[in-house]
Write a protein that binds this ligand. Structure first.
Ligand SMILES: NC(=O)c1ccc[n+]([C@@H]2O[C@H](COP(=O)([O-])OP(=O)(O)OC[C@H]3O[C@@H](n4cnc5c(N)ncnc54)[C@H](OP(=O)(O)O)[C@@H]3O)[C@@H](O)[C@H]2O)c1
Length: 322
């Protein structure tokens, strides 16, 4: 049985270990085998490896990694998304379904693509596939201080938003968003009432909310915005993308009756694979020309166990290189 080296999760309570694992093989004539070049260590990868993502099957052992850059036998490189949650991308080789892959231009850096695609994709796809992002519309990014939130501020601006407001906890990262394209920032503090007033003052009349938080801060923000709107019958498109502040919130029925709140999500399942794929080439172009790139922090895959415990500083994403 041919084997390869991989990051292997043997218990959901432990980081992955670098171990030999049975090499994968294509199961349909369309699938191909690639040598993996770079894999981003995204929050979604961590939740999958902890058995905590909504797509988790609970099966062990599993290989984490939801996407990556690989080299085909002919030497060309692809960005691809894993089709299987149990056999992920953090390995020397992976099976790629061409319907989940796009070829990369020669000049784009593999680690930068692996670092940037997942955080950038969230707002890019939300604003192109979930809501009609006509030029001049206004956007609030809730949870704007993380990598995906910061990308969302930049992407909203690049896609023609007339006004962009960023809200988050960390005061320094928040201020830095002004240089990234935010017109105004709002601090999310322990004082829920003051935070609600500040959010309403800055963003009550926005057209779109890109929500990376959910949980209590999103609940408070939702009511503050709805109650503060000048015209409550004007649509407010709320796109749920991340849940770093909690998996659930309480939604009073009045939120839906007293205002034109349109609640939806953006993620695997909410958007088809074909729609995601159609958006990827234009994102790669922006990564390639530097307009949307995150700084990749490459580390050998063999270090996965120690790397797992580290936190990326703002603007950087760890990328594992087999
Ligand atoms: N659906 C999709 O397509 C998609 C794609 C990409 C990412 N996501 C999701 O989006 C989320 C963020 O991803 P990321 O790549 O940006 O992660 P990241 O770079 O690790 O950033 C996470 C940020 O969340 C902030 N945060 C954590 N708890 C918070 C709270 N209670 N209130 C306010 N801010 C809080 C942290 O802010 P501080 O600076 O204050 O610590 C940190 O900046 C994750 O849930 C991820 O799974 C979804």
């Amino acid at each position: 049985m041919p084997t390869m080296n991989a990051a292997v999760v043997t218990s959901f309570d432990e980081p992955p270990h670098y171990l030999p694992f049975e090499a994968p093989h294509p199961s349909t004539p369309e699938e191909i085998l690639v040598d993996v070049l770079a894999v981003g260590l995204h929050p979604r990868v961590r939740s999958g490896a902890a058995g905590a993502h909504y797509t988790s099957t609970g099966a062990l052992p599993m290989i984490p990694g939801i996407d990556g850059v690989g080299r085909r036998r002919d030497g060309t490189r692809v960005y691809f998304v894993a089709g299987d949650d149990d056999l992920g991308t953090m390995a020397e080789a992976a099976v790629v379904d061409p319907r989940r892959a796009i070829e990369l231009p020669r000049d784009v850096d593999a680690a930068t693509v692996a670092a940037t695609m997942n955080p950038a994709m969230s707002a890019w796809v939300a604003l192109r596939r979930r809501v009609a992002m006509a030029p001049g519309r206004s956007v609030l990014v809730l949870g704007a201080t993380g990598n995906a939130g910061t990308m969302a501020v930049r992407i909203a601006r690049q896609l023609g938003a007339g006004r962009v407001v960023g809200a988050g906890r960390d005061p320094q990262r928040l201020q830095a968003l002004i240089a990234q394209g935010a017109d105004e920032v709002v601090a999310l503090t322990e004082d829920a009432e003051a935070t609600g007033r500040a959010l309403a003052a800055a963003a009550a009349d926005v057209d779109v909310v890109l929500d990376y938080l959910w949980g209590a801060p999103a609940q408070q923000a939702m009511m503050a915005l709805l109650m503060g709107r000048a015209d409550r019958s004007r649509a407010l498109d709320w796109v749920q993308i991340g849940a770093v502040a909690g998996p659930t919130l309480e939604l009073p029925s009045v939120a839906l009756r007293s205002a034109n709140l349109r609640l939806q999500g953006n993620g695997q399942g909410a958007v088809s694979t074909a729609a995601y794929l159609a958006e990827l080439p234009s994102l790669v172009e922006r990564i390639s020309d530097g307009t949307l790139a995150l700084t990749a922090a490459p580390r050998p895959l063999s270090d996965v166990e120690t790397v797992w415990a580290t936190t990326d500083p703002p603007g950087r994403r760890t990328v594992l290189v087999p």
